[in-house]
Design a protein around this ligand. Structure first.
Ligand code: ADP
Length: 250
């Protein structure tokens, strides 16, 4: 089986501040992985390295079997960062326009055609925001914005979604509906890697967990993870180092 992402012996420091030590993990195509760990434990950094957005100091990263720095098929990757909406929220741009951006990588310099428009409509439909298509981004709730970015990734025909704390600031009901959407997309074959600070929530929905705190403490099925002491080990090492503050299950 081809792995969606392979990380081997990755080490990374910001200047002289070590963040990741010898991290290795392989994410299978079709996996739904929750990446957890204390604040400042390197989750966002690892996610960016996995997507080839940041270079490790040492070690190797592959995307769909290709070294990340040589991977050119960016339309396969949908990344929703914590700051995705910063730009569009202040510009007078509609939901449909943001989702349509997902088609440009395919169209190149050709104008978009009816088929592109149909794919955009379908993406809006799939994430349940067809009725918001003409609304400005600045008038959306946090959850609606996240759905818009996922629709943009679907419009670009991404088969890997990487989401960095997508439900921060989203109310409980919308958060549950959002996870239902992710489960649905995963069942249709999309690989999902998700950073989530709320361990109670994430373990309810994902299939596998990777627990990080500078080094990788565990990567296994959710049930096995809950039986293990990885969480305790990762978080107690954070307490010992005085670095972490963590939400669990609230
Ligand atoms: P997490 O996502 O687990 O909260 P991050 O990967 O964001 O962790 O950050 C890991 C550590 O690296 C933190 O101590 C953070 O302050 C530091 N850090 C993150 N980004 C930068 C940066 N651009 N420059 C310097 N230090 C950074």
């Amino acid at each position: 089986m081809t792995h969606a992402i392979t990380v081997e012996n990755v080490t990374f420091a910001y200047d002289d501040r070590p963040v990741l030590r010898d991290v290795s993990l392989a994410i299978e195509e079709g996996e739904f992985l929750g990446l957890i760990g204390p604040n400042g434990s390197g989750k966002t950094t690892l996610l960016k390295i996995m997507l080839g957005l940041q270079q490790p100091d040492s070690g190797r990263v592959e995307l769909f079997g290709t070294p990340a720095d040589a991977f050119t098929d960016g339309t396969r990757l949908g990344y929703v960062s914590q700051h995705s909406s910063d730009g569009e929220s202040t510009m007078p741009i509609s939901v449909r326009e943001v989702v349509t951006m997902g088609r440009y990588a395919h169209a190149g310099i050709s104008p978009l055609d009816d088929e592109d428009a149909a794919i955009v409509d379908d993406a809006l439909e799939q994430v349940g925001i067809a009725d918001l298509a003409d609304r400005r981004m600045s008038r959306l709730s946090g959850g609606q914005k996240q759905r818009t970015y996922i629709a943009r990734a679907l419009a670009s025909e991404a088969d890997l979604l990487a989401l960095d704390e997508p439900t921060v600031g989203v109310d409980t009901e919308s958060r549950d509906a959002f996870y239902d959407l992710l489960e649905d997309l995963n069942q249709r074959g999309i690989t999902i890697v998700l950073i989530e600070h709320d361990i109670g929530v994430v373990t309810e929905h994902v299939d596998t967990i990777a627990c990080l705190n500078g080094e990788l403490y565990e990567h296994c099925g959710t049930a096995e993870f809950l039986e293990s002491d990885a969480l305790e080990r990762a978080f107690s090492s954070a307490r010992a180092a005085g670095t972490a503050s963590v939400a669990s299950g609230d």
